[in-house]
Ligand binder design. Structure first.
Ligand code: AMP
Ligand code: ZN
Length: 529
């Protein structure tokens, strides 16, 4: 439970017992309500985790070989909202989001060069310098967009032993074979045993098996659909490790199988990622996990949809990208002005995570207006202290029904656009109350409290928005610091001129304002008392 909430509860004289009762209540609400669309069964299903009250969720993280673009950011924001809603619903969530720092090859097949190694050569850096540089950039972006950090953020290179062990298990189960130091997953044998290769991505298995690709390594495979789980490295290869089969490196798909198993177990609740990862990445993950332990890893597969720009998928390889910095500054042919991180986050909330959303100047400009409207309404709403309790009338009932429907929409596969539409039905109610309109003047105290709770929970806790006008207070402290530097400089000059009267006057006046000056070897500094 939120520490602040706990504090408030104890101030209200509510014991831990009450708190756990509340938790239990929340849990039971959550257990009954949430439905998620499962890509594996292609159905919307009631969400029931394996262990009551606990959720294990794995989401494929970025390959850190270049700056993240807004498309990548959309995916991580989509899963952030899912993570936040699960937590809000009372679940204890272990959220694992990896960092891919080896094995993801150009072209996503077994043939291209490692994306990170290629970038290391290009930038004349160590591969781990590339990884650090772009992982730092990724984290910075996540923080700018207020994306919560995961519970665990494992890196592939930190789990080579686990990956080797998993390859060995698949070999022991006779679902892989070794060829010239590389290990390939045997899709034909796997499919004979489980009859499920292609189920997640909806690929037609016969087509996959008959595909002929004139590519390097294909002649080592028994079947074109087979894929490498361990690859022998050639001499020029930068990142390689000893293994029973060769000095080499793990396949990209294998790392997620090994890391999800390590931190969430052989069976867990949710596996997520962008829907462009369904094939081959996720299809192969399922096959590897089944190949190693005989069970499907995740109960629910959640796939988020793509961010488009000009109707086309935003993608690095097609050059159809815009960076977050370009959007903030407006320095891009695609926008007429800059947009703030929270306007962009709000814009993304306007689409369901399973739908595409097209980024355009017009759409962002409309989102800016919407964001301002809802944030301003919320600011007024939260400032209402107390109204005289009145009887519950028709308007209260209607408002409370709309509030309940906001949560119903979120329970329906995290439907943020519909929840937002319901929130917007409530904005005129708040504004009419503000304007003292007759119909709304008598809103009851409990309805107002419900509205306050709903707006604050949905906008901030679940959608992860922030009131950017409020963080204007940051600007204020930046300006105060600027002014204080000037004051310190003037005082320094006075001291240099032995003008003790002025220097003391500055110090005493500031002290009255609770600002303390400290004189040290390296000059003076200030702090608030
Ligand atoms: P990558 O770093 O290429 O492995 O991608 C990281 C994540 O971003 C993956 O989950 C992708 O599905 C996702 N992604 C890539 N392009 C887009 C896009 N245009 N819109 C939404 N998600 C994307
Ligand atoms: Zn993955």
């Amino acid at each position: 439970m939120h520490i602040m909430l706990k504090g408030i509860l104890s101030k209200l004289g509510l014991s831990d017992d009450n708190t756990s009762q509340l938790e239990a209540q929340k849990e039971s609400i959550a257990m009954s309500g949430l439905k998620v669309y499962n890509s594996l069964t292609k159905k919307k299903e009631k969400f029931t985790p394996l262990q009551k009250g606990l959720v294990g969720m794995y989401v494929c993280g970025p390959t850190v070989y270049s700056d993240v673009h807004l498309g990548n950011i959309r995916t991580f924001i989509s899963f952030d909202v899912i993570y936040r809603y699960l937590k809000y619903s009372g679940y204890k969530v272990r959220y694992v989001r990896n960092i891919t720092d080896v094995g993801h090859l150009v072209g996503d097949l077994d043939t291209g060069e490692d994306k990170i190694a290629e970038r290391a050569k290009l930038e004349n850096l160590e591969p781990m310098e590339v990884v650090q540089k772009y992982a730092n950039g990724f984290h910075e972006m996540m923080s700018i967009f207020n994306v919560s950090p995961p519970s665990i953020e494992p890196r592939a290179t930190g789990h080579i032993i686990e990956q080797i062990e998993m390859v060995q298990k698949i070999l022991d189960n006779k679902l892989a074979y070794v060829k010239n130091g590389s290990v390939y997953f045997d899709t034909i044998k796997f499919n004979k045993k489980y009859k499920s290769y292609g189920q997640l991505s909806g690929r037609v298995i016969e087509e996959l098996f008959s595909e002929t690709r004139e590519l390097k390594n294909q002649n080592e495979k028994k079947n074109p659909a087979d894929f490498a789980i361990w690859m022998k490295a050639d001499e020029r290869h930068l990142m390689k490790w000893n293994s029973p089969w060769s000095v080499g490196f793990p396949g990209w798909h294998l790392e997620c199988s090994a890391m999800s198993t390590k931190y969430l177990g052989e069976k867990f609740d949710i596996h997520g990622g962008g829907n462009d990862l369904k094939f081959p990445h996720h299809e192969n993950e399922v096959a590897q996990n089944m190949g190693a332990c005989g069970c499907t890893p995740a109960q629910y597969w959640l796939h988020s949809n793509m961010l488009l720009m000009n109707g086309k998928k935003m993608s690095k390889s097609d050059g159809n990208t815009i960076t977050a910095e370009q959007l903030f500054s407006g320095e891009s042919e695609h926008v007429s002005k800059g947009y703030s991180p929270m306007v962009i986050r709000f814009f993304l909330m306007q689409a369901h995570y399973r739908s595409t959303i097209d980024l355009s100047d017009e759409a962002l400009s409309a989102a800016e207006k919407g964001y301002r409207k809802v944030i301003e309404a919320n600011r007024f709403l939260q400032s209402i202290k107390a109204v005289t309790e009145t009887t519950i009338n028709e308007i209260d009932t209607k408002v409370n029904q709309t509030i309940a429907s906001v949560y119903d929409e979120l329970d329906d596969d995290f439907n943020t656009p519909k929840a937002l539409a319901r929130i917007f039905e409530l904005v005129p109610v708040i504004n009419s109350f503000k304007d003292g309109k007759e119909e709304f003047k008598n809103l009851s105290q409990s309805t107002i409290a419900n509205l306050q709770k709903c707006f604050s929970e949905v906008l901030f806790d679940i959608f992860g928005l922030q009131d950017e006008y409020e963080s204007g207070s940051n600007n204020l402290s930046a300006s105060l610091d600027g002014v204080m530097q000037l004051v310190l400089e003037l005082r320094q000059q006075a001291r240099a001129n032995k003008d003790w009267a002025t220097s003391d006057k500055i110090r005493d006046t500031l002290a009255k304002e609770n600002i303390v000056i400290k004189d040290g070897k390296d000059g003076s500094s200030w702090s608030l008392n």
